[in-house]
Each structure stands twice: as structure tokens, then as C-alpha cells.
Design a binder for this molecule. Structure first.
Ligand code: ADP
Ligand code: ZN
Ligand code: MG
Length: 488
């Protein structure tokens, strides 16, 4: 039983499916920045006599997502009309799924170790997006506007709606659920998952458990376009509801909007009208029957799940959970680390270097790893050189910056910098050691007369030699050769 007063959260997430064309017509889905009402046709404008045709690629992507969540995919599903009037919906109905969604059940795992938790999924269904109203007011708010314009470019863009059971217990868990789902759709390649662009939109339902341990009255919050906004909105709403209950008032079931600037949720209307969408089966579309082998084929091309990959980085490579989490957040980045390791780099060395140096460059340049100029097969040899003691990390950073700036391989950059490529050995190493010993003659004397019992002075000399060699020597060889010089 739930603790009285404990928060209960259930999320409804709309994910824009990354296909080139819309759900039921061939119009482009590339609406951001496009001239209004140029990506439209009789089908997505809902003109009489036009007929929708399902986009097969959308079904493939949705099935792939359902499988990743462990949901049951319905072999035969159908579409319904959800009727309501709003100017951004030219047909006055949205084609959606109702009693037979594409998939039901399954779960999304969040958290680590003891905090591992599976959030059960209710359903995943397909529907079309609506157009967009552009209000004339400077603040973009309807209430302050003289007129509004409508752009139907987004109308008919494919969405997957993924609904969770009310089993999320804290705003932090909600945030993690969304972050994990976003990571998943990116790994599956079915959406860009960008919340700011609106490719991933979260409606959050939240209530406080009643004194009887039963579910309380829920409030739905909309309009959060970042993970941080989601967490803040839920924190605020939980406190607001707790306050009402403390004062002996009741929570009203309603939809509230998150106002990010002021950090609060506000109710929209005095009283929430009961929606009656008059759902009925879409007569212009046949039942969606998946052909034999369709689901299996999607299963065959599924990549490794990001949470499994993360675990593997920890158990196989000994990385910390934090390292593993950062490196598996985006599919491109985890592929890059894996490539580095495949090319011979030590996993921990690669993880450190990528987290600090590579991510620094990506942040500075505001680019993704896909556009990074140093491929894994170029970075890997540099990391190997550090591990072999052929390069100090300081020199390696200089080399790396040159590689980034000029698109060079590690060897090319080393040559340009003028550092001897390859290890200092034999005659060249002996010359360096002689030079250092001449300069540090007092340390040499002390060591020779037994005044360095802890080997501190000897360590100091080794360090000076490595420096003089610009890190291009094997520390073990340096130590051995030095002993020969010192005669002890
Ligand atoms: P509605 O009929 O209002 O759409 P649903 O039962 O379909 O409500 O649930 C919609 C979403 O709200 C789901 O994600 C579900 O988990 C969540 N939800 C349902 N009841 C509650 C509740 N009492 N508290 C928090 N979330 C809830
Ligand atoms: Zn169209
Ligand atoms: Mg519902």
C-alpha cells in the first residue's frame, strides 16, 4: 500500500517519430523554420475526398520502440477518430488509436543498483500531430493577442504516445524516466528526442496518496520543455497539493500549465470540462495488420539497449557508474569510446580523455561527436602512447589540440610540434640523462653518498629526465639507465 500523502506520478509522452514524411501522406516532416503552410496537401489539410495511407516506416519505428520496452505488439490494431474542434486541427478530428493501441505493457528500467526500478508502461500508440497557432502578441500568449495565424506544416507529423502507469514516486524519478526514454529513442534511431524543439513532449500527472492509501485526485501539468522544468514543475505541484490538503481543502482535477519564468503552475479554466471525444473507428483506414515476420525483423535489427551497454562498461571495463552514464548518454559517444578501445586504447584512459578533452572541444564548438574532426582511430594511438610512457599527458594535450585544430593524426601532430616521434632510447636517451645529471649534480652527490634512503632524489631525477625527453621515454628504461649512470 502507498503511504498516505506520498506523491504518485504518471507520464504521458509524445515522441515525434523521425521519418521524412508524415503519418498519412507524403508531405515533409521538416517543419522547423519552413515557410508556413508549404508542407501541406489535401490529406493533412483534411480536404473532402482525400484518403490517408499509413507510413510503413513509422510503424517499423514504433514497433522497435515497443519491443525495446518489452511491450506486447498487437498483430492487428486500428485507428480511431478523436473528435474535437480547434483551429490547429483542420479536419476537426485527430487520427489516433483508442481501444487497440499498437502495443501494451512492458516497462522502462531506471536507476542503478539498489535504486533500480522498472516503471511499467500502459500503452504505446500512434497518432498525428496538430498544426500550430501563432499568436500575434509579443509574449505569444493567446489572451494578449489581436489575432492568431495558423501554420499546418506540423499537422499530420507522426507521434508515438507512450503512457506510463502511475508508479513514479518522485520528481527525480520522473526526470530519470524521461531521460532514459529519450536516450532509448535516440539509440533506436526513431526520434531525435529533442525536448526544446518539441520532438519529445511530456504531460505529467501527479497526485498525493489519500489517507486511505488510495490514489488521490490527479492534476495534469503541461508545457515543460526541459528535464529541469519537469522536475521543478512536479516539485511545485506536489507542494501546492500538500498545502491544500493541509488546509483541509481538496485538490481539483484539472490541467495546469507550467510557467517556467515564474516557477509555478497555473490553472487554465475555472472548471475542467469533461472531454467527450466521440471516438469512432476511422472509416478511411483498414485495420493495421502486421505481416508475418514484421515484428521479428524489427527485433533482429535492434541495437544493444543503452542501459545494458552502461552496465557492460562498468562490469567489463571497470568504469565508474558516472563515467559509464556520461559515455552512454548518446549513441554516437558510446560508439566512439568503443571504437577507441577496439583500436587498442585502455578503456579507463579512453573514458577519462573523452570525458575531459573530447567533450570540452565538443562543448566549445557546440557540435556533436558526429562532427568531431578526430576519428577514434586517430585518438587511440595517442592514448596508447601515453600508456606506454612515450608521451606525458601534458605533451599529449598539446598534440591533441593540434590534431583537433588541423585534422592531423597523432604522428603528424607530433612531427609538427617537433617532438621526436617515437621513444627516446639508447644513445639519445643517454645524452638526455647526462645533461640532466650535469645540471642536478648536487642531487647526484647526495644519492651517491647514501643520503637518499627513500629514493626521493632519485624520483626527482627521473621526473627531470622525463621532462627533458618531453615525455617521450619509457619510465622503466629511464630508471634502469639512470641506475647505471649512478652506479647504484
Ligand atoms: P485520463 O483518463 O485522465 O487520461 P488515464 O487513466 O488515462 O487518465 O491516465 C493518464 C495518465 O495519468 C497515465 O500516465 C496515468 O499513469 C496517470 N495517472 C492516472 N491516475 C493518476 C493519479 N491518481 N495520480 C497520478 N497519475 C495518474
Ligand atoms: Zn500532407
Ligand atoms: Mg487517458
Amino acid at each position: 500500500m502507498r503511504q498516505p500523502g506520498s506523491p504518485v506520478i504518471g507520464l504521458e509522452i509524445h515522441v515525434q517519430v523521425a521519418t521524412e514524411s508524415k503519418l498519412f501522406c507524403a508531405c515533409s516532416t521538416d517543419y522547423i523554420g519552413a515557410v508556413p503552410n508549404t508542407h501541406v496537401c489535401p490529406v493533412c489539410l483534411g480536404q473532402p475526398g482525400s484518403l490517408p495511407v499509413i507510413n510503413g516506416r513509422v510503424v517499423e519505428y514504433a514497433v522497435r520502440t515497443a519491443l525495446a520496452l518489452g511491450a506486447r505488439v498487437g498483430k492487428s490494431t486500428r485507428f480511431h477518430r478523436k473528435n474535437y474542434f480547434y483551429p490547429d486541427l483542420p479536419k476537426a478530428y485527430q487520427i489516433s488509436q483508442y481501444d487497440r493501441p499498437l502495443a501494451e505493457g512492458g516497462a522502462l528500467p531506471i536507476g542503478e543498483g539498489e535504486n533500480r526500478k522498472e516503471i511499467p508502461i500502459t500503452r504505446l500508440h500512434l497518432e498525428e500531430d496538430a498544426g500550430k497557432l501563432v499568436h500575434s502578441a509579443a509574449d505569444g500568449r493567446l489572451g494578449h493577442s489581436e489575432y492568431s495565424l495558423v501554420d499546418y506544416n506540423r499537422g499530420g507529423v507522426p507521434l508515438m504516445e507512450i503512457v506510463s502507469e502511475p508508479e513514479i514516486s518522485t520528481p527525480a524519478e520522473a526526470r530519470e524516466y524521461v531521460a532514459t526514454l529519450r536516450q532509448l529513442v535516440r539509440y533506436l534511431g526513431v526520434s531525435d528526442g529533442d525536448m526544446e524543439k518539441g520532438s519529445l513532449r511530456v504531460d505529467a500527472n501527479v497526485s498525493l496518496t489519500g489517507a486511505d492509501g488510495k490514489l488521490g485526485t490527479k492534476v495534469e501539468i503541461k508545457n515543460m520543455n526541459s528535464l529541469r522544468a519537469l522536475e521543478r514543475a512536479l516539485d511545485y505541484e506536489i507542494a501546492r497539493q500538500a498545502d491544500l490538503i493541509r488546509k483541509g481543502e481538496s485538490v481539483r482535477q484539472e490541467t495546469r500549465h507550467w510557467d517556467d519564468g515564474n516557477g509555478l503552475t497555473c490553472g487554465t479554466r475555472g472548471k475542467e470540462e469533461a472531454h467527450d471525444y466521440r471516438y469512432f473507428p476511422e472509416p478511411d483506414l483498414p485495420a493495421l495488420v502486421l505481416p508475418d515476420g514484421f515484428v521479428e525483423k524489427q527485433r533482429d535489427i535492434m541495437p544493444e539497449m543503452p542501459w545494458i551497454l552502461k552496465e557492460r562498461f562498468v562490469t567489463d571495463w571497470g568504469l565508474s557508474l558516472q563515467d559509464a552514464a556520461v559515455l552512454t548518454e548518446l549513441p554516437g559517444l558510446s560508439r566512439y569510446v568503443e571504437d577507441c578501445v577496439r583500436e587498442g586504447a585502455d578503456p579507463q584512459r579512453a573514458a577519462n580523455w573523452i570525458r575531459t578533452e573530447v567533450l570540452r572541444v565538443l562543448n566549445e564548438k557546440r557540435i556533436g561527436i558526429e562532427d568531431f574532426g578526430v576519428p577514434a582511430e586517430n585518438l587511440s594511438p595517442l592514448l596508447v602512447k601515453i600508456d606506454r610512457g612515450e608521451l606525458s599527458t601534458t605533451l599529449a594535450k598539446t598534440v591533441f589540440d593540434r590534431m583537433v585544430a588541423e585534422g592531423l593524426t597523432a604522428l603528424e601532430a607530433l612531427e609538427k610540434i617537433g617532438a621526436p616521434s617515437g621513444r627516446l632510447t639508447g644513445e639519445r636517451l643517454r645524452n638526455v640523462i647526462e645533461r640532466v645529471l650535469e645540471k642536478e649534480s648536487s642531487a647526484v652527490e647526495e644519492i651517491k653518498s647514501g643520503k637518499d634512503p627513500k629514493g626521493k632524489k632519485r624520483g626527482f631525477l627521473c621526473g627531470q629526465i622525463m621532462r627533458e625527453a618531453r615525455g617521450q621515454a619509457d619510465p622503466e628504461e629511464v630508471a634502469k639507465t639512470l641506475s647505471r649512470f649512478l652506479g647504484c
